[in-house]
Design a protein around this ligand. Structure first.
Ligand SMILES: Nc1ncnc2c1ncn2[C@@H]1O[C@H](COP(=O)(O)OP(=O)(O)OP(=O)(O)O)[C@@H](O)[C@H]1O
Ligand SMILES: [Mg+2]
Length: 490
């Protein structure tokens, strides 16, 4: 695409240096990715400022640069007010506005995004849709998966992915939308059709500072659904009737609303819920029909995820029978209440719960299946919200019988300092502290008996542990497996 053509989308004129209208071959924000003909966009990040790499980009063959200030380079420079915003606009235009050709479903909330996107994916596939998925675990197009760095990628990667979905004839894209991505404008240009809200509880307060700020960031998904009532391509918001933030989202959007819930009256509801270690049964009540269903997922929070997924499918007009049969066939997602089984006499659960709220939920679910003692191995990540450390420790001590504090991903922090922050919430109570995560898992499993339950919380599907600047192989389920084999030998 010619540079002048791209600039019409940006509504930007000012150009430094001679202009010969080059053909743009790619859009890049990392100077190392720049090839001949790339348009390099200088983004000010947390750690580095892209403006410092303009010269490098020029040397690597960039055809032009988009920046927030004049630069000392001899290729064309387009100066914009906000290069982050320009990046979203340019990426969307360069890849041919790919989300316009997709039914785009965005799911936001503190917990349950990954779980819900996978359920929605299963239902839509069952209905014959070609789906694409973007989230914490991977990007998935058809059956092929690609690794990701963030839950919601940077706008260029995002639009490039949507373009790939267009090329592979995907008709429905389902994505997790993080509050970071919303507040940074990474999803500007994404033409959502259905926006889904799971819940809002404390997390990411290191970034957002207050709950109001956090809620406001989440609300952008709903306010950006647009202000028009387009009958051809109607927009819908799917909201959790049992979460008080929903009222706020309802106020900021012009879209049609569909609600789901367990306690408050809602369009889609679960009634007479019965939970066991094998699965969950309830009556699914919807505007399209009512049916008694059994899903293999455990826990009340998963009922919410199922309801959110069912409501999304109803909002998209899928047949009720397809929805219920897809739900009954659902398999769990890696690291989300994943049972590790090597014929040991007690259940071992690996779960990604890493917020106070999700930890409390998953502990309560485990407690319901425990006849003897409940063991929990839990830590808190370094370089992230410190206020949740004492809270998570307090929850662990209150609900579990054998709380074992350990390291999560300490990152640049001292693991022992993180443990001290956790211990501050539970002074004078009974708990164990074992900084080495492998030893902590072995300790729990070696001491558990028939009737007990062992929960290993916080890292879920992750296959690494970040300590200092290094990343080590670490997989909770694999480590637990070894500990069980060790136990079985005795
Ligand atoms: N609806 C829910 N309400 C509360 N807790 C939940 C809910 N769904 C899942 N959880 C808990 O949160 C953990 C993470 O779930 P999931 O990965 O689906 O959330 P997420 O929103 O994608 O998280 P992240 O922001 O880290 O990507 C689960 O392992 C479970 O313990
Ligand atoms: Mg996720």
């Amino acid at each position: 695409m010619k540079l002048t053509k791209l600039l019409t989308y940006l509504m930007a004129e000012p150009v430094q240096n001679d202009f010969h209208d080059p053909d743009i071959t790619s859009i890049e924000m990392d100077s190392r990715e720049v090839r001949k003909g790339s348009l390099f966009v200088c983004i000010k990040g947390y750690t580095v400022d892209g403006h410092d790499f303009a010269q490098k980009a020029a040397e690597n063959g960039a055809a032009a640069i988009v920046a927030e200030k004049e630069l000392d380079v001899d290729i064309p420079v387009i100066i914009v007010r906000r290069s982050q915003r320009a990046l979203s606009v340019l990426s969307d235009a360069f890849y041919g506005q790919p989300t316009k050709k997709l039914q785009l479903i965005g799911i936001t909330g503190t917990n349950g995004k990954t779980s819900t996107t996978h359920m929605v994916d299963e239902i839509f596939k069952k209905a014959g849709r070609q789906t694409g998925l973007i989230g914490t675990m991977y990007i998935k197009i058809g059956d092929e998966t690609f690794p990701v760095k963030n839950t919601t990628p940077e706008s260029v990667t995002l639009q490039k992915t949507f373009k790939k979905m267009n090329d592979e004839h995907v008709d429905t894209a389902i994505m997790e939308v993080s509050s970071h991505a919303l507040s940074l404008g990474r999803v500007h240009g994404c033409d959502y059709d259905i926006a889904v809200f799971t819940n809002l509880t404390q997390d990411h307060l290191d970034y957002h500072k207050t709950m109001e700020d956090y809620r406001q960031a989440k609300s952008l998904l709903f306010s950006q659904l647009g202000g028009s009532f387009n009958h051809e391509k109607p927009k819908r918001a799917v909201l959790n009737a049992d979460d008080k933030a929903s009222a706020y989202f309802e106020r900021v959007t012009a879209a049609h609303i569909l609600t789901y819930g367990i306690e408050n009256d809602a369009d889609v509801m679960a009634k007479q819920i019965e939970i066991s270690a094998q699965g969950t049964s309830f009556e699914l009540v919807t505007p399209k029909g009512t049916k008694q269903i059994t899903v293999s997922l455990v826990g009340r929070f998963n009922v919410y995820n199922v309801l959110a997924a069912a409501a999304t499918a109803i909002a998209a007009g899928l047949p009720f029978d397809t929805i219920t049969s897809a739900l009954e066939e659902l398999q769990g997602v890696r690291g989300r209440f994943e049972l590790v089984n090597h014929n040991q006499p007690f259940p071992v659960v690996v779960d990604y719960a890493h917020t106070p709220d999700s930890l409390e939920n998953v502990l309560n679910t485990c407690k319901d299946m425990t006849e003897g003692k409940l063991f929990v191995v839990v830590g808190c990540g370094g370089d992230r919200d410190k206020t949740k450390r004492p809270k998570m420790a307090e929850i662990a001590v209150r609900i579990a019988d054998e709380p074992i504090f350990t390291s999560d991903n300490p990152r640049s922090e001292d693991p022992l300092a993180i443990l001290r922050d956790m211990e501050r919430g539970v002074e004078g109570t009974y708990y164990h502290s074992i900084a080495n995560r492998e030893q902590a898992i072995f300790f729990a499993i070696a001491n558990a008996k028939k009737g007990d339950v062992v929960l290993i919380a916080g890292k879920g599907h992750e296959t690494y542990q970040q300590i200092g600047n290094e990343t080590f192989d670490f997989d909770d389920a694999e480590v637990a497996g070894r500990a069980i084999v060790e136990l079985n030998k005795k």
